[in-house]
Design a protein around this ligand. Sequence first.
Ligand SMILES: Cc1cc2nc3c(=O)[nH]c(=O)nc-3n(C[C@H](O)[C@H](O)[C@H](O)COP(=O)(O)OP(=O)(O)OC[C@H]3O[C@@H](n4cnc5c(N)ncnc54)[C@H](O)[C@@H]3O)c2cc1C
Ligand code: SF4
Length: 483
Amino acid sequence: MGDPKGFMTTPRQTPTRRPVDLRLMDWREVYEDFPRQHLEKQAGRCMSCGIPFCHQGCPLGNLIPEWNDLVHRKDWREAIERLHATNNFPEFTGTLCPAPCEAACVLAINDDAVTIKQVEIEIIDRAWDEGWVPPQVPEQKTGKKVAVVGSGPAGLAAAQQLTRVGHDVVVFERADRIGGLLRYGIPEFKMEKSRLDRRLEQMVAEGTHFRASVDVGTDLTVEQLRADYDAVVLAGGATAWRDIPAAGRDAEGVYQAMEFLPWANHVQQGDIDAPPVSAQGKDVVIIGGGDTGADCLGTSHRQGARSVTQLEIMPTPPEHRTANMPWPTYPTVYRVSSAHEEGGERLFSVNTTEFVADADGRLAGIRIVEVKRGDNGFEPVEGTEQELPAQLVLLAMGFVGPEKGRLLNDLEVELDERGNVARRDDYMSSADGVFVAGDMGRGQSLIVWAISEGRAAAAGVDAYLTGRTVLPRPIDPSDRQLA
Ligand SMILES: Cc1cc2nc3c(=O)[nH]c(=O)nc-3n(C[C@H](O)[C@H](O)[C@H](O)COP(=O)(O)OP(=O)(O)OC[C@H]3O[C@@H](n4cnc5c(N)ncnc54)[C@H](O)[C@@H]3O)c2cc1C
Ligand code: SF4
């Protein structure tokens, strides 16, 4: 424990966000730099708890008190070793994780949690700066070939683990670039893609092969996949989106979030000058109050929307924990993300009844009504109907699971009751030698879970191929339901 009184003498401090006016003019990450000496003091707030509940909150089982202590003692070199021991990609979680570890921090019972996420990102940023993240090339090759389908955080974590123990790993991705939702979906202002590219360079240097623009199941058939590889990891994500059956849904101007966000990524990558679906000059309505909706909000503002309204069917969450969301669970409280801070209106307890189109079929507005919970779910409140002007509506209502296309059909894998790919404790699906990790088996979730499952599936694959494994398996997932 670095500073026995740190938690009493040092208040929690987090980096400030750049001024809204300024950051709306670019797509860079929104946070200012955080001075290193402040960070070392922040790490000193950690109490090195006898039972560190932060561990329990983290799906990766990150060794949080250990690296807090190392940072407080300025031993950054050792801190990155301890961080990488459980997390292949701390720069992804350090920028994007909702930090269930902080919700579970013991200090958060009666004070502000330790700034765990900030400590994490500062450790990995410094490690890259100092050259402490070299490629880890395997000493011996096993001669076994593994195909990873999907290049999001789950596929990348599985691939890195398997490459490092000597297997020949090829990652297939149907998009034109590697990265899954980290590449196309998550906006630049939440995580700059240079972070992803830097990590991919390391993976290539370690020996992982990447093949983009290959739709497995179609461009590469399941027969070829089975013939050419000794094991397969399915990491195709939960890409089937939820739709809304309201009248007028086919009006021109109603898009899924994932028909909108990736175009902004393509502009930032320099592929195109302007997105074919843009919020510029429009009244935008986003249906869905979650993170994807917030990403649409921040993107719409940067594209120059005239107005943005975000609708949520659930009531306004409470400001603080309530009795039914006690510490250390991850609470559903009212959160103001950086995108919310940038403007727009948030409406809670409202449902969409109709999309209104003009004579040419182009979206002109959206009719909504207030709702309250009744015996039959959400019921409309009479007399509360209203119409909002809208030339662009973005549907951000989540995802219902993996796509049921040729890949899953031809592999004949069983699905669970929620429509995700069913798997055993070792992450093998019902098909021999075919493993599954991330959203494809878990359903829509978080990056930290995808990395955790990618690591666990890699251990399963290695044991399947060699009869034993030295790869760590994150702790029983059933113990980790806090996020
Ligand atoms: C807009 C948005 C923002 C989000 N923001 C956050 C956030 O801030 N923090 C957070 O923790 N989580 C966030 N999430 C959730 C998080 O991104 C996912 O949980 C995570 O990316 C899942 O990782 P994955 O590897 O399982 O799948 P994905 O990242 O979805 O990657 C799957 C990849 O597989 C590819 N694929 C699918 N089928 C095939 C096939 N047949 N052949 C080849 N390739 C295929 C897909 O093209 C895709 O690139 C967000 C999700 C969305 C949609
Ligand atoms: S729960 Fe909080 S205070 Fe305790 S060890 Fe973890 S980070 Fe430190």
